[in-house]
Design a protein around this ligand. Structure first.
Ligand SMILES: *[C@@H]1O[C@H](CO)[C@@H](O)[C@H](O)[C@H]1NC(C)=O
Ligand SMILES: *[C@@H]1O[C@H](CO)[C@@H](O)[C@H](O)[C@H]1NC(C)=O
Ligand SMILES: *[C@@H]1O[C@H](CO)[C@@H](O)[C@H](O)[C@H]1NC(C)=O
Length: 288
């Protein structure tokens, strides 16, 4: 199964002797509701086993869908009160102020208007059923970039946004967890770009592993992996990544680790989109 993937990947291999530690993906199912038809972000619940969260791209209601990661069925819809939805581009898991588990939402896309550049966070509910959740707080930010589709949050609650650019070498900025609570927008500055090259306007998504040591970034036709030391994501992304498997998706803008940081999932826009799962190879080489 892995062998079939090599010819495709080699063309783009950046890291000469690195081998993917993940197998080629399997389809766990296709979305069973057309309410989620422009999936633009993906994150794994830290509370509810086998639950992933996703949301639609620009123009939808303020809502998050809970997906069963074993069959891609949609099991609940959460209305998000207190948050506007201009162009939500990514979600990620991170701590709430009381250290319980929160879903972070980035409204940072360019969709018929200037990006609003806002991050919201809402506590994960105790039960996965249809309900309305109220945001805990919101964090406006400014940066030099036109728009971004990638929000990363690490295990300490530090946030990173990656801009969406031609060629994929997006700028990555750090937004510290201490930025919450200010009404003036946080001025996120950086000179660090991803060490990748694509042929599209991307990347479209990303996720930091629950323990903070691994980073995955999804570009249109690539998925990139970095091992990260000491939560130093800015230094990590300046080094060449390892390219890891993906399935071709028309508009794949969603990726996440599972709750254990073992395997990863991708999901794309479109009705009844397939949810792909990429399993870490038990015999895979040590990375990093
Ligand atoms: C943001 O910070 C940069 C770098 O310090 C500075 O040049 C820029 O003027 C700041 N922007 C605002 C709106 O304060
Ligand atoms: C990408 O990584 C290579 C190898 O470490 C380095 O030589 C190059 O300067 C990096 N490129 C950027 C844009 O950081
Ligand atoms: C995560 O690990 C726990 C404990 O080993 C296991 O029960 C669970 O199935 C794992 N979850 C996923 C999504 O792999």
């Amino acid at each position: 199964m892995y062998v079939g993937y090599i010819p495709l990947v080699c063309l783009f291999y950046i890291s000469a002797n690195a081998q993917s530690p993940f197998g080629s993906g399997i389809t766990v199912g296709t979305l069973d509701s057309t309410a989620l038809d422009e999936a633009s972000g993906l994150a794994a619940s830290r509370v509810h086993p086998n639950v992933l969260y996703s949301h639609n791209d620009g123009g939808d209601l303020s809502r998050i869908f809970a997906i069963d990661s074993t069959d891609a069925s949609i099991i609940a819809e959460f209305g998000i009160s207190g948050a506007d939805h201009y162009d939500w581009e990514d979600i990620a898991m991170g701590p709430c102020p009381d250290k319980s588990s929160c879903i972070y939402i980035a409204d940072a896309g360019l969709n018929h208007h200037r990006p609003v550049n806002m991050i919201y966070r809402v506590r994960e509910p105790g039960a996965v059923r249809d309900q309305t959740l109220t945001i805990i707080d919101k964090l406006p930010f400014i940066w030099t970039e036109v728009d971004g589709q990638t929000l990363l949050v690490d295990n300490h609650g530090d946030m990173y946004m990656v801009s969406n650019v031609n060629g994929g070498k997006g700028l990555i900025v750090h937004i510290p967890s201490s930025a919450w609570g200010s009404t003036t927008p946080f001025n996120a500055t950086s000179s660090v770009h991803l060490n990748i090259t694509t042929h599209h306007h991307d990347p479209g998504a990303g996720d930091i592993s629950p323990d903070g040591t691994e980073l995955i970034i999804k570009a249109r036709n690539h998925v990139y992996y970095w091992k990260v030391q000491n939560n130093d994501y800015l230094s990590a992304v300046e080094t060449p990544p390892i390219e890891i498997p993906h399935h071709s998706e028309r508009l794949g803008e969603a990726v996440c680790w599972d709750v254990n940081g073992t395997n990863y999932y991708t999901l794309s826009e479109g009705r009844h989109a397939p949810l792909y799962k990429f399993v870490r190879l038990p015999s895979g080489p040590a990375v990093g």
